[in-house]
Design a protein around this ligand. Sequence first.
Ligand code: ATP
Ligand code: MG
Ligand code: MG
Ligand code: MG
Length: 339
Amino acid sequence: MKKRILLLAGGQSGEHEVSLMSARSVLAALPRDQFDVTPVAISKQGRWLPPTDTRQALESGAAGTGGDLVLHRVASAEGYDAVFPLLHGPMGEDGTVQGLLTLAGIPFVGSGVLGSAVSMDKVMTKQVLASAGIPQVEWRLAVRREWQSDADSVRRRATELGFPLFVKPANLGSSVGISKVQGAQELDAALDLAFSLDRRVILEAMTAHKPRELEVGVLGNDSPIASPVGELRFASEFYDYETKYTEGRASVHIPAPIPEEVAGRVRELALSAFKALDCAGLARVDFFYLEESGELLLNEVNTMPGFTQTSMYPKLFEAAGLGYSELVTRLVELALEER
Ligand code: ATP
Ligand code: MG
Ligand code: MG
Ligand code: MG
């Protein structure tokens, strides 16, 4: 019997378009002799779009309006064997959709409520990983109400970290809303931008100098494996949205040209982080590597990483001998596995 799979794409976050791109690749790659796949696009307004609108969204890369509340439609997913919630950012990668699917009793690809929610929030992630002894940059939390009522205390906290520093919405991805702040005069604009996108904002010390950026894939449930390590290189100040999604701005190197010992540490740290955060299925773990000192700092954990044919996560496993179609098949198997 073929497995019936519901593929969710789009969603309400700033990474809506990225998700639609990923979904198009996954849809094409799930082997048809094993799976019956129904894609559903979720609009930016958070509506579950009917089949014709979904098809159009996948083709054009942008979903239209209309449709029903996701809340009302998730129960209709009951007849599916598994859901692939290929959604990035808030209302998709953060445990909300995972909670609805858990309530509905439908297995799904990726981390559950806990792993999704904690990994989505950069502050929570840092707190959990710090207690697991994983090295990270210095950071501070600020919340919106505080920024509105006592901006000076937020500014002071930023100044403690020194410049340049990074200001980020705590719950986003694709570098949306992230600023590299060079000095005090740029701070307010960066905070205004981040707070326009999230109630919680993380201030992060910059690594000692521009770091090398390494990424590793993790695959599995309670006994996960790590992929080879990849490196991203680019000329821009940091790995911002434009650099991520403009053809030719960044290059990917797999395996990363780093000492074997460093690659080993990256993989170990990634597996420890995956377990500490209670992730499941898959995650892409991002690191900063300071070559001179040999220091590795864990930057973040993405529980639903970009998933086009050229995205880092599938490329990393391809280098390990697991092709794209085999990888998505494996992810569905992991969703169905007893834990
Ligand atoms: P993703 O698309 O991988 O989910 P994201 O939106 O969650 O990304 P981050 O990975 O936290 O964002 O940061 C984006 C980029 O900003 C990093 O890849 C790096 O280039 C730069 N960066 C972020 N924080 C720091 C830091 N503390 N020190 C140096 N560079 C940083
Ligand atoms: Mg991220
Ligand atoms: Mg992300
Ligand atoms: Mg990142």
